[in-house]
Design a protein around this ligand. Structure first.
Ligand SMILES: O=C(O)CCC(=O)C(=O)O
Ligand SMILES: [Fe+2]
Length: 338
């Protein structure tokens, strides 16, 4: 495939080929997909349907609860931005996103005397007490999402000519994981289409399980947008900012957005973000010369400068997207940075 050809649909990658015959051809396809588009479907991942069905079942159950029960775990109670966000309380590009969600991260004890601002992101989750199946099901899904995304990350390292475990050195015993269980309500008005505004994801990789409604769009290098049309049984993967930094822009953290469903239609999705340790500072990878020649450099966007220090990169994103939580728990940090 040549890069001048217009991309009509996201590429589809069968990750089971990484461990099978035809590995070299597989790595070529993966490298092309990750460099040229930065977004691709992954099949052959072996995640049981009970797990993928289960997460949508508990998502429907949670979002069907009366608002006061959803608000019992509102993220305003969490300095770590964990828990429930109401529709319209999250911002991307300075504009309200029309979605509600539950954010879940690694279950940890807060750091007692943090030396760095980002250490205050370490802490516990908030789980809905009256829906015990939610926690169990989300954690089972998270285990699978972590397994598959680590395999894709190893395949990417190999496709870049590095040791398969190259990126693992920035993990500790637990990677930085972040699950979002999301519901997009139908658009509130004909011209209100921002489910989530155009953005990049901050970690190494993002994995997404989406239902069959559609609405996710991906920006190609020529600036045009294409639909990430739902493909049953697949996950959508995309490159995050840490891999853009690690590869000097050979891989790009591709911008994407979600258009709200039509009025009266709801969409469910579950993104999963795989990042390095919060204290990791990602170093540039030594790319083979032919790939290095195609590296585009790390994008310089004044509204979103990329930080090689992952904890800082993650914190900046949280502060920007959840202003109410930021004002309640991070006012000292906001003031110091103003
Ligand atoms: O829901 C989706 O399809 C994508 C969501 C997304 O891009 C995000 O939460 O970062
Ligand atoms: Fe995203």
């Amino acid at each position: 495939m040549s890069s001048v050809e217009r991309v009509e649909a996201l590429p589809l990658i069968d990750i089971s080929r990484f461990r099978g015959a035809g590995r070299e051809g597989f790595l070529d396809e993966l490298r092309w997909a990750a460099h040229e588009v930065g977004f691709f479907y992954v099949v052959g991942h072996g995640v049981p349907e009970a797990v993928t069905d289960g997460i949508f079942r508990v998502a429907r159950e949670f979002f069907a609860l009366p608002q006061e029960r959803r608000l019992a775990i509102e993220n305003i109670h969490s300095p770590q931005f964990r828990g429930y966000t109401r529709t319209g309380y999250e911002f991307t590009g300075g504009t309200r996103d029309w979605r509600e969600q539950v954010d879940i991260g690694p279950e940890r004890v807060p750091v007692e005397a943090p030396e760095h601002d980002w250490q205050r992101l370490v802490g516990p989750n908030q789980w809905p007490e009256d829906l015990p199946g939610f926690k169990r099901t989300v954690l089972a899904w998270q285990d699978e999402a972590l397994r598959v995304s680590r395999e894709v990350l190893r395949a990417l390292a190999a496709a870049l000519g590095a040791d398969e475990g190259h990126f693992d050195r920035w993990f500790d015993e637990e990677a930085s994981t972040h699950v979002k269980v999301v519901r997009y309500p139908g658009r509130p008005a004909d011209d209100a289409e921002q489910g989530v505004g155009a953005h990049k994801d901050y970690g190494y990789l993002a994995l997404l399980q989406q239902d069959d409604v559609g609405g996710l769009q991906v920006q190609l290098s020529d600036g045009s947008w294409i639909d990430a049309t739902p493909v049953p049984g697949s996950f959508v993967f995309n490159i995050g900012e840490m891999l853009e930094i690690a590869t000097g822009g050979y891989l790009t953290a591709t911008r994407h957005r979600v258009l709200s469903p039509p009025a009266g239609v709801e969409r469910f999705s579950v993104p999963f973000f795989l990042g390095p340790r919060l204290d990791a500072v990602v170093e540039p990878l030594d790319l083979p010369a032919d790939l290095a020649a195609q590296a585009r450099g790390v994008s310089a966007d004044a509204d979103n400068p990329l930080h090689a220090a992952f904890g800082e990169n993650a914190l900046v994103g949280w502060l920007r997207s959840h202003p109410k939580v930021a004002r309640r728990w991070w006012s000292d940090v906001l003031a110091a940075r103003a």
